[in-house]
Design a protein around this ligand. Structure first.
Ligand SMILES: Nc1ncnc2c1ncn2[C@@H]1O[C@H](COP(=O)(O)OP(=O)(O)OP(=O)(O)O)[C@@H](O)[C@H]1O
Ligand SMILES: [Mg+2]
Length: 286
């Protein structure tokens, strides 16, 4: 049964690979990743045998029930979790730990409250480019990143003076300002109301089209996954969670949420994710 599932995952991955020629198809490579955490009750296997190749410029979402291991997997690529066995590579090199080539947007945006939006972004820019570039250039990088997320008017404000959606945008600007090869986002819009969320999803699609970033994003939201992704990686329930299925989202870009609402193929794809989550991987009661 488990073999059947992993064969299925590999097959859909192969289909997509053949469709995206011309890009580095193994930009992020996860090869038989196992993550085992030591706990008081003994070792806990969070992830089992995860293999996945992600192309340059691809937008991947990770979806699965709460506690299945999505953040753990994202953190392996971020270099915040080391795999117990298996290899994690970015641009052909083993991921040694956190680094500016992989920008992380955390769910709680983690801004420093005593700094302005500008200063929060500047701090990250200075850490990455401070030894090579002078102040005017660092300032320009910061301003450009803040403009990209449409926050120039609020650059001088502190986090407590702006809305949740704006804070989230500062978090995205901070990650983008480092010009990362890979943008890693852990439920970046999870805590926002539906309207703000929709607005930021649209902005993210524009930014990614402009920067051609490779993105790995964790989400609980099926509509968000279908709207944004090139592929949706659906994870089985833990412990020892693995990739259950991979769904290629072959909807043309740019995508428009209103038009998609009337597109039968969009609803078919959405149905596939719902079926995986609510029929094949029914969440056990805690
Ligand atoms: N440092 C750790 N030590 C021990 N167990 C851990 C550790 N980090 C995560 N886990 C366990 O690994 C499993 C996966 O956790 P993870 O946070 O990756 O889930 P998730 O899919 O991101 O969940 P959610 O959707 O609720 O954010 C959980 O059972 C969690 O308790
Ligand atoms: Mg999580």
């Amino acid at each position: 049964m488990e073999n059947e599932v992993s064969v299925k995952a590999n097959m859909s991955e192969a289909n997509v690979k053949s469709q995206c020629d011309g890009r580095n198809q193994k930009y992020v490579e996860l090869d038989r990743i196992n993550v085992i955490f030591p706990t008081n009750k003994g070792p806990f296997q969070a992830l089992k045998d995860i293999s996945l190749s992600i192309s340059q410029g691809e937008f991947i979402t990770l979806i699965g029930h709460s506690g299945c291991g999505k953040s753990t997997l994202l953190n392996v690529v971020a270099g915040l979790n080391m795999p117990s066995t298996g290899a994690a590579l970015c641009a052909g090199r083993e991921i040694p730990g956190p680094g500016p080539d992989r920008g992380v947007v955390f769910q709680n945006h983690s801004l420093l409250p005593w700094l302005t939006c500008f200063e929060n972004v500047y701090l990250a820019v200075e850490r990455v480019y401070g030894t090579k570039e002078g102040k005017p250039k660092l300032k320009k990088r910061t301003e450009d990143a803040i403009a990209l997320v449409g926050l120039s008017h609020a650059a001088h404000k502190r986090p407590q003076e702006i809305s949740g959606g704006m804070k989230q945008r500062v978090g995205i600007a901070r990650a983008l300002a480092m010009n990362p090869k890979v943008l890693l986002m852990d439920e970046p819009f999870g805590a926002l109301d539906a309207l703000t969320r929709a607005h930021l999803q649209d902005e993210l699609m524009k930014i990614v089209a402009e920067t051609k970033s490779t993105v790995i994003m964790v989400t609980h939201d099926v509509d968000e996954a279908v709207l944004l992704s090139d592929r949706i990686v659906m994870m089985t329930n833990g412990p020892a969670a693995t990739i259950g299925e991979i769904l290629a989202v072959d909807l043309p870009r740019p995508r428009n949420r209103l038009q998609l609402a009337e597109n039968p193929h969009y609803h078919h794809l959405r149905g596939q994710v719902l079926e995986f989550l609510y029929q094949k991987q029914v969440r056990q009661a805690a």
